[in-house]
Design a protein around this ligand. Sequence first.
Ligand code: PMT
Length: 400
Amino acid sequence: MNLVLGVGGGIAAYKAAELARVLLERGHSVQVVMTSAAQQFVRPLTFAALTGRKVLTELFPRGSEETLASATEHIRVAQECELLAVAPATANLLARFAHGLADDLLTALYLAFSGPVVLAPAMNTHMWRHAATQRNVETLRQRGHVIVEPEEGPLACGMVGPGRLADPARIVEAIEAAAARRRDLEGECVLVTAGPTQEPLDPVRFISNRSSGKMGYALAEAALARGARVILISGPVQLAPPTGAELVRVQTATQMREAVLERLPEATIVIKAAAVADYYLAEVPRQKRKKSAARWSLELDPTPDILAEVGQLKGDRILVGFAAETENLVEEARRKLLAKNCDMLVANRVEDAFGADDNELTLVLRTGETIQLGRGSKRELADKILDRTLQLRLSLHAAR
Ligand code: PMT
């Protein structure tokens, strides 16, 4: 693999030399980019000697000809590389990545690069634990980047605690896993439903739920990053759609059903993360109901169960449903899995899941297996759901 190794300015910069050596040994081609602070700790010559390549250090190289090529080197490098790894990623670099500041070669390259990013932070314990750093790390996680957590131990500043650069072997493992994921959904068409539905009661009122769409949008984003074509059928949410997704906006369960059935023939994988309203008012009055002292009773009809209907039509598609439960999580998920003919059910607790950035998930598979995915950002969990979905798809192909 062709990768860029960004080296930030911390005492752990010397360990990046060992990381570069291991990456080269494993057959990867490594282009090192150093910040000016990194060069205070290690000389570019060390990396040049190891990699056999000129180390890139300047956004506008001094003494070079003033050509378009020299001014746009960060774009060329971003286009040529398959993965960007940064070790050590300092607090300052994490902040600049999180906020999109591009005032040197490494941060400009980061913005110009759209592939997988692996960040291995290293810094003083207080700096790592600071709310600002933790917020930046969370932003970067939400963006789908892999964070190789720093290790605990004695630090160069004399403190003992988290902040040591992870072992090179762990960083290499994370880099190779991120690279393997990269285009593994190429050729697949993933249909994702997301968000709530709104069922009108009159021209101004509706019944809905607290789904924000974050889980479904994270799945769409992760599938796109892994090379899939993505059809995102979304209820009303306040989120920007991921670039490249074919977005179909709907309001009601009936509209969501129509959109799903219309696009189903194109899909090879269907993931139903939407929180579809279970009841609706069949005859919606044309006029706004006037407020009065009288009680308002409504008779609601069940909405169409879209997942169950797709379960009947699924053919050799992989069908993944969700279950949001307040009790008996796994039992309920298994019941829904069988009733709706899904291949996998993603179970979450109502109190953890709705509206939050993080979630805790359990996968219930048709094979009888139950897998705890644990807690993480919805974007991280989206990749884990897709890992399992792809395994199901491959085993189905192998069985044919
Ligand atoms: O959007 P977020 O704020 O990120 O929150 C994420 C989430 C909680 C909405 C998501 O993780 C989740 O659990 N989605 C499913 C919620 C739900 O409606 O669960 P359910 O147990 O009621 O439905 C089971 C499955 O049937 C779901 O896949 C649902 O999409 C589907 N369904 C339900 C009713 C219906 N009429 N048609 C359906 O297709």
